[in-house]
Design a binder for this molecule. Sequence first.
Ligand code: SAM
Length: 217
Amino acid sequence: MESCWEGIYQQGNQLNRYPYDCVVSLVFGLLKSKPSLRVLELGSGAGNHLVFLAENGVDASGIELSSSAVAYSQAQLIKRNLSAEVVHGSFDNLPCSEDTFDLVIDRSALNCAPRDIICHALHEVNRVLKPGGEVFSQIYSQLHPAFLDAHTRHAGYACGFKHYFTDIDGLFFADKNDIADLFSVFEELDFNHTVSYSKDNIVLNANWTVRVKKAMS
Ligand SMILES: C[S@@+](CC[C@H](N)C(=O)[O-])C[C@H]1O[C@@H](n2cnc3c(N)ncnc32)[C@H](O)[C@@H]1O
């Protein structure tokens, strides 16, 4: 079955133009102590982060399931005379050698897959990271209103959204134990849970931000 993301990008939707602020501050922070960075983005979408990384001298790669998004992001790079590798594939099977990257970025891509695929992908991420390399991940939390809005929920994977994400087939929403388990392969677990509320105290958004490292040896 084809991913819903191919249809979303073919219709010209969700073509993010700019990098997310969390990625900008993370990368600028790391560049201060390590001017030469090799970075992989999981689910690199429209290439908004790849463009930002390449513009700032980072050796950037992305892996993306949608062929339309791969073609779009490659065109964005060429238009700006920038270079980054964009691979068409799935993040649970990384076509990269071990110990390759200083940083792996997941800006809400892993949560497009069910829990077992995320678990597999994170073992792959651990393999391709250099010792001491970092993972940055943003994953929806079960406090997100879309989780309760979904028609079905199984092991954190929700399908059939009625009001939010109506064009998306399914998304994974993590609780605290999921985050601890999924990232237990790494060291220096640091995770934040952010919930934003309306003025009437209604939850608008909720996600986990995770920063972890691969063990040094
Ligand atoms: C919410 S979008 C985020 C795009 C980009 N990371 C950003 O922050 O702008 C999720 C992306 O993950 C991609 N994706 C979903 N499942 C994937 C998989 N198994 N392997 C690679 N990419 C995947 C989708 O095609 C989509 O481009």
